[in-house]
Every structure is written in C-alpha cells, then in structure tokens.
Write a protein that binds this ligand. Structure first.
Ligand code: FES
Ligand code: FES
Length: 168
C-alpha cells in the first residue's frame, strides 16, 4: 500500500492505496466523485477525462499514486458558488447530450481546449475532442456547445476552493 495525498476539486484527501489502483477508480470510490465516468477502461473513450496538474488526462490511464501531491479537477469541481461553468451551461442550452455518459469527459476535454485556445474554429474543436467518443453520436451539438462556451467571457475558471479531508 502507498500513502497518497491528492487535492481533488479543492479538497485534499489522504489515503492508503494499492499501487495498481487507477485514478478513475480512486476518484469514484474514495471521494465518491462518480461524475467521472468509466466507458472503456482502455484509454479509448475519454469518458474518464479529468485535469491533473493542469494537463488533461484520461484517468483510467493514470495510477492513483501518480497523482500523489497533485491537484485533480473533475467535472464536479467546475461549478462555482452554485453557478454552472460556461461549458456546463452551453451543453445544457445546446442540447449537447443524449444519454449524457460521455458528457463529463467531453466537458473536461473542451475545458482544456479553451484554456489553450479560447477562440477555436469548429475544426479545432472537433480535432481537440478526437479522443472522446459519444455513442449517441451527438457530435454536432457538442461542437456547437463548445463554440458557445468559448464566446462566454468566463469560459476559463479555476477549480472550486475546498478544505481538508482525510480517509477513512
Ligand atoms: S474509461 Fe478512460 S478512456 Fe474510456
Ligand atoms: S450523449 Fe450518450 S454517449 Fe454521448
């Protein structure tokens, strides 16, 4: 077992984990942040996308021990003071989801795009989301939602602030 300390969505968690534990399982099972989805477990679908120390990662391809000392932002850390992140609003307003399973990963990948390119073209949006699959094939509205969020002045936000928490 390894002792890790990870800040997730502004709250620091400390825990003993097995070296083989995937970050996505850690996020879902320990802080119970089940907004991060598991669609394939093989790095293909992007449903598990989160931010780790400023980089967009597929959390099924990262070990929890690799996040030790780091900061993770999940979909559930995007809302601020009860207000949705612009991408959450635009996905809602543009009807950019059907079953919604891909949505957390789509939004996290889109957030990463907008941080690096705040005014993307439709082609750049499609290219940036190439690692995220939607089984409901709602890509047209997803692209529209990302473009709509890019037009919002508050499209890039920091993770929510939080306190300290220790398990078990
Ligand atoms: S669950 Fe991670 S890429 Fe599919
Ligand atoms: S909305 Fe169903 S998988 Fe994308």
């Amino acid at each position: 077992m390894n002792r890790i300390s990870v800040n997730v969505d502004g709250t620091t968690y400390e825990d003993e984990v097995e070296p083989r534990l995937l970050l996505v399982h850690y996020l879902r099972d320990r802080p119970a942040l089940t907004g991060t989805q598991i669609g394939c477990d093989t790095g293909n679908c992007g449903a598990c996308t989160v931010d780790l120390d400023g980089a967009s990662v597929k959390s099924c391809s990262v070990l929890a021990v690799q996040a030790d000392g780091g900061e993770v932002t999940t979909l559930q850390g995007l809302a601020q003071d009860g207000e949705w992140h612009p991408l959450q609003r635009s996905f809602h307003e543009c009807h950019a989801l059907q079953c919604g399973y891909c949505t957390p990963g789509m939004i996290m990948a889109a957030r990463d795009l907008l941080r690096h390119n705040p005014d993307p073209s439709p082609e750049e949006v499609r290219y940036s989301l190439r690692g995220n699959l939607c089984r409901c094939t709602g890509y047209q509205n997803i692209v529209q939602a990302v473009l709509a969020a890019a037009a919002a002045p508050d499209s890039v936000t920091a993770p929510a602030a939080g306190g300290e928490q220790t398990w078990p």
